[in-house]
Design a protein around this ligand. Structure first.
Ligand code: IPE
Ligand code: IPE
Ligand code: MG
Length: 245
């Protein structure tokens, strides 16, 4: 079976969809003798700068990992602090995001999030739904395996109801049930903080992504460093299993 692999890069050779594992907030804070939440506050501010820089580099889709399905294992203080930070940040940034042409969407299992947070998530998605300059997707309570399991469950329900022929199920069918059904696959996945692992991020979607693991801690990641990483992507040869031309 063959699957059409798209090559969605921009004309300049840069990535069209960049996904970022924003890691290192805790270490950034601890190295300053501050509590971990101090680092999360600093980290959230960085998102805006990277969103703003994206269109200048032809990045149409930016997906950021904000909270994983495994991050519930952290202390109650950190988890509830993060949830409050997400809610406040979404509320305080809504106006600017709307004005700057950013379409905001979320991936992950939102049913496990508290009602107040879900409400502001729904509101900003609706508010920015007509925007098309840059698409910001926030992975919140997201896990790649959880996403595939939830997609499979929904697909199984359709099959059981007789609406999908089980023999017709292929990669495209499953992809339609993923949270990311509205997104192209990421071309480039960046992880900050020096860890070289994917921690359950976009497992299915990153099959042919390029990876950049950089040492900078997320609160120190600047638009200038973003530009450098994007320039490096342009020098890579993506073969998608084929042989060089
Ligand atoms: C990433 O920073 C943000 C979240 C996971 C919410 P960390 O909080 O993982 O920071 P480190 O890795 O402990 O430094
Ligand atoms: C991945 O970072 C999740 C986010 C950035 C939101 P973690 O800090 O949770 O990953 P591990 O635990 O180091 O693998
Ligand atoms: Mg971490």
């Amino acid at each position: 079976m063959t699957t059409a692999v798209t090559t969605p890069e921009t004309k300049s050779g840069g990535p069209r969809h960049v996904a970022i594992i924003m890691d290192g907030n805790g270490r950034w804070a601890q190295s300053r003798g501050q509590p971990r939440l101090f680092g999360h506050h600093a980290g959230v501010k960085r998102v805006k700068e990277i969103v703003r820089a994206s269109p200048d580099h032809g990045v149409k889709y930016l997906t950021v990992f904000a909270f994983s399905t495994e991050n519930w294992k952290r202390t109650q203080v950190e988890v509830s602090g993060l949830m409050k930070l997400f809610r406040r940040y979404i509320q305080s940034e809504a106006r600017d995001l709307l004005a700057e042409g950013v379409r905001v969407r979320f991936i992950g299992d939102r049913l496990q999030l508290d009602a107040k947070l879900r409400k502001v998530m729904d509101e900003i998605e609706l508010l920015t739904s007509k925007n098309d300059r840059v698409h910001l997707t926030v992975a919140l309570n997201y896990g790649g395996r959880d996403e595939v399991a939830r997609a499979t469950k929904r697909l199984a329900i359709e099959v059981a109801a007789g609406r999908i022929d089980p023999h017709s199920v292929d990669e495209t069918t499953l992809a339609r049930f993923l949270d990311t059904c509205f997104l192209p696959d990421p071309d480039l996945v960046i992880r900050t903080s020096g860890e070289a692992r994917i921690s359950n991020f976009l497992l299915w979607q990153s099959a042919y992504a390029e990876y950049e693991f950089i040492n900078t801690l997320w609160p120190d990641f600047s638009a200038a460093e973003f530009a450098t990483v994007l320039a490096g992507f342009g020098r890579r040869e993506r073969r998608f299993g084929a042989v060089s031309a």
